[in-house]
Design a protein around this ligand. Sequence first.
Ligand code: ARG
Length: 466
Amino acid sequence: MTTTKGNTWSDRFEEGLHPVIEEFNASITFDVELLQEDLDGSVAHASMLASCGVISKQDESELQRGLELIRLEALQGDFNPGIEDEDIHFAVENRLIALIGPVGKKLHTGRSRNDQVGTDLRLWLRRRIDELDQELEHFQLSLLSQAESNRKTMIPGYTHLQRAQPLCLAHHLIAYIEMIQRDRNRFRDVRSRVNISPLGAAALAGTSIPIDRQYTASMLGFEELYANSLDAVSDRDFVVEYAAAASLLMVHLSRLAEEIILWSSEEFGFVQLSDRVSTGSSLMPQKKNPDVPELVRGKCGRVFGHLQALLTMIKGLPLAYNKDFQEDKEALFDVVSTTKACVQSMSVLMEEGIEFVVARLARAVESDFSNATDVADYLVAKGIPFREAYQIVGCIVKTCVSEGILLKELDISRWQGFAKVIEEDIYEFLSPQNVVAARLSYGGTAFERVEEQLGHWRNNLGLEKN
Ligand code: ARG
């Protein structure tokens, strides 16, 4: 077997890595994603070293020049580290030394790759959280716009996927705006624990070099410092928290996706998907498939899987850094890119991919027993105790079902046969329009309440008040 003798390690090593192990050990193929953040961290570290008098101002400006050169090279596609660089941290350091000479060897003073990788990952994730927040707001706006176009549209409401009570469609859509708002709040909360600086914890114990951790933290925009060096280099809670918050977001997207898949089926026929977001079948020419929501639903598997992988990867690790941590990156990167793609696709779907079939929805809410609760409420208003009213309506529905008619088709004399207090106004009372309008309790589906909610979200999402 051939071996390579790299120059990464100290002279303690006489032989280089076995090529299979070299490849197995390397993370450069994926952690090159952290390049910008690795450079940002190094810029701050070099500046701090000079400010503390650990290196000269002249050394510092050489280091800064070299780091910016690497940034430029990357921009031009000329920074192409290989397996022999092992990871992004060595790749940058090696390139720096190649570019500016021996002074490049001073950069790693008072720092380890252990606090460095934690710093890079936090800076990277902080940016991604801010980007995702924008995407989520955009998605909420697309839901709001559909809700505003459907403030008078009604849709059957379900429990157990059985017709329950009719709803204002906007109310249904706003439920998702609420869920996404909780997601945004959760990510904001996670961000506060991402935004803590481990830099200067060094390998695990801190350093004897007179560094200033507050200096680098401030320069990098971190709000706090880890107070314990062991915890600083061993903490991956923030990665798990992000994956958990992303999993919940995926749950919400997937529930909406599932509804859209059902609604677009011939059986429901509540929505039409536009050509721009649907696909056909290679065999059946009549097919129009809801691939976008199906993919969103399907991609939950990998996001939940990464959460499980991360928890399992961490659970048995003694303090402090262990190479197992290298496994956090691909999981996190995939969680971030998958959720972002799902949010973007669902926004497009909401904005220009979905049209509610209003006539079909109107017919749907007209033709079931989802107004039965309202008969009971009607009787309650006439002084009959609810449980008694509930039983009376049970009998009425049973009769109608056996005769194959709807409540509105029941003759007034027959209504009165069930309860004397029932009058002619029962018919109006039972129209879906009035049934929805009557649900005025706070948080209810009444059009009036929904208008208030629309106003609330217009304000909340920065649109002018209507
Ligand atoms: N590539 C490593 C990782 O992603 C960087 C830190 C390596 N530290 C070490 N002591 N081997 O975790």
